[in-house]
Design a protein around this ligand. Structure first.
Ligand code: BTN
Length: 261
């Protein structure tokens, strides 16, 4: 099957089960066409960022997109933001959900994580590389059907919008939207993607807990830089840029707001 879109020609491989659609996409990374989309009904080793696992029983939407971007690695980092913006907009439009972005790769609704993005870059040679954009969305799961440890922090479209999700329809809406923003990046016009990423991010002005390999500290989230890094202000007033690969950001109770998120 192939669907027409702005620029990418999407082709699809759908499997019942795999370890991870990102793993399967890796097997096609060298020879496979740009725009290959791999979907699975279930993943046995679904992965998230920073070694976390992604709950992947049937009921959610799990897929990976194979890309061959002609972008320097720094620009390719913005692909995660392009995917996040696309997901936020589609959830708002299709289900009227107040979806928001949590830098760099989470989509939240009412403080509950509903989708996650895992971008992985594979260098084939000095000039050739692939990027695999893995996306997991909690769609038709009930909250009581999720593992206990996720029930307080995760949501699903069904639980939040009261709607049964048609996976094929949702997938195509996200792909079309993503394609649009991906080509903004390719044409050197990242500013629209960055502006929208900032617009959909509600973290700014809030206190966050920053967890790196070597330290944990609280800081104020201030914005997203031109390069796609999170700008934070430490308690001593110094400003720093945080890169997605290096940190995990947790929202914390902020004395200036009345709700933990
Ligand atoms: C995160 O929240 O840290 C990212 C989660 C990404 C999950 C998706 S599901 C499809 C693809 N395959 C994986 O193993 N992970 C991504």
């Amino acid at each position: 099957m192939a669907i027409a879109s702005d620029k990418l020609k999407f082709t699809f491989i759908s499997v019942e089960e795999t370890t991870s659609t990102n793993d399967l996409a890796r097997q096609f990374a060298r020879q496979g066409p740009e725009g290959l989309v791999i979907t699975a009904k279930r993943q046995t080793r679904g992965r998230g960022r920073r070694g976390r696992s992604w709950y992947s029983e049937p009921g959610g939407l799990y897929f990976s997109i194979l890309l061959k971007p002609t972008l320097p690695p720094g620009e390719a980092a913005k692909i995660t933001l392009a995917a996040g913006v696309a997901i936020v907009e589609v959830l708002q439009k299709l289900y009227s959900l107040p979806a928001e972005l949590k830098w760099p790769n989470d989509v939240l609704v009412s403080g509950k994580k509903i989708a996650g993005i895992l971008c992985e870059r594979l260098a084939h040679s000095a000039n050739a590389s692939s990027v695999i954009v893995g996306i997991g969305i909690n769609t038709n799961q009930t909250i009581s059907g999720l593992p206990k440890q996720l029930q307080a922090t995760a949501g699903s479209i069904r639980s939040l919008a009261g709607t049964e999700v048609d996976h094929d329809f949702l997938l195509k809406q996200i792909l079309t939207r993503f394609d649009h923003y991906y080509h903004r990046l390719l044409s050197g016009n990242a500013s629209q993607v960055l502006d929208l990423a900032k617009h959909y991010t509600t973290l700014f002005g809030r206190t966050v807990k920053v967890v790196t390999e070597t330290e944990v500290f609280t800081a104020k989230a201030c914005g997203i830089s031109e390069q796609g890094a999170l700008v934070i202000e430490k308690t001593d007033g110094s400003r720093h840029e945080l890169w997605a690969a290096d940190v995990s950001i947790q929202t914390v109770i902020d004395p200036t707001i009345d709700q933990e998120r």
